[in-house]
Design a protein around this ligand. Structure first.
Ligand code: SIN
Length: 291
């Protein structure tokens, strides 16, 4: 857990977005390196708010990569073609010509939760945004867990969930369909593999438990069929994304948002047909989830 208190954080200004999740941080310029002390203060704010937003950052991929590495190693980016000169960066893009096309990230999920060690954090920097729409919603999985009944919490504390990339990236291509798109999505048999994670994980920086399921990658409970699991997963997915657990980020060119995949789900709105939206995404590697 961070040794800092709010009063110690004198190098950054933190303004909460809502009473439950997210904060904007100002006083930071990401075109150059940050001191260890500033990174420590950002880590403190990140542990408190789980989603942090920096506005007006006129940065290049090299700057974003430097910022990403301040929080750990790069994560592994599967199934989506990365930028030719930057294998650590995915360009998240939907072009104005892609009318009625499913967008990348447009369902509640936690990034790459099917990996053995899913990314701790994702960092997304807006290059081009529509005049309205294209916001990203975030939901607080600490609150999702804390507000379950004691019986449900006890049951989930002992369960593991199988995660798989097969819905978006498997060979039957269910989520994205076959529309031509600006992003190159790779559909493969490998995406059908399943990986077990605890249904509830403890985040070391806060010592708090968070619900760790999501409707895209969490397929079933371990040792249960999909049909047996479905009613409980459906309930949990609805519960976890209740309005009162969420915040919403409205993008501007230069906005950079970092979120904690261990305790947050997110969902990119697809309400901007006829306009282009383009952002650069990096991830920070994480640990194997543990209870
Ligand atoms: C993602 O899921 O990584 C993309 C989110 C977004 O485009 O807002």
């Amino acid at each position: 857990m961070s040794g800092l208190t709010e009063q110690d954080c004198s190098h950054i200004n933190v303004t909460p977005l809502t009473g439950v999740l997210g904060a904007e941080i100002d006083g930071i310029d990401l075109t150059s390196g940050l001191s260890d002390r500033v990174v420590e203060e950002i880590e403190h704010a990140f542990a408190q708010h789980s989603v942090i937003v920096f506005r007006n950052q006129n940065i290049q991929p090299e700057d974003q990569k430097r910022f990403t590495r301040m929080f750990g190693e790069f994560g592994v980016e599967p199934y989506v073609k990365t930028m030719p000169d930057h294998p650590e960066v995915i360009e998240v893009v939907k072009d104005k010509s892609e009318i009625g096309v499913k967008n990348f990230g447009g369902n509640w999920h936690s990034d790459w939760s099917f990996q053995e060690a899913p990314p701790r954090a994702t960092i997304l920097h807006a290059k081009e945004v529509p005049p309205y729409g294209g916001d990203t919603l975030f939901a607080n999985m600490y609150m999702a867990y804390d507000t379950l009944s004691s019986g449900m919490r006890r049951m989930l504390d002992g369960m593991r969930v199988m995660h798989s990339a097969r819905r978006p990236y498997g060979i039957d291509n269910k989520l994205f369909g076959t529309a031509k798109r600006s992003m190159t999505i790779i559909n493969t048999e490998e995406a059908h593999a399943e990986y077990a994670h605890p249904a509830v994980r403890t985040i070391p920086q806060t010592g708090r438990k968070a619900l760790f399921i999501n409707p895209v990658y969490a397929i079933r409970f371990e040792d249960m069929t999909e049909r047996e699991s479905r009613p409980i997963l459906d309930f949990l997915n609805d519960h976890a994304t209740r309005d009162e657990f969420t915040c919403r980020v409205r993008w501007q060119p230069g906005t950079l948002t970092m979120w904690d995949n261990r305790c947050v789900q997110h969902n990119a709105m697809n309400d901007y047909d006829g306009f282009s939206r383009r952002l650069h995404r990096t991830t920070v590697a994480g640990d194997r989830p543990s209870i």
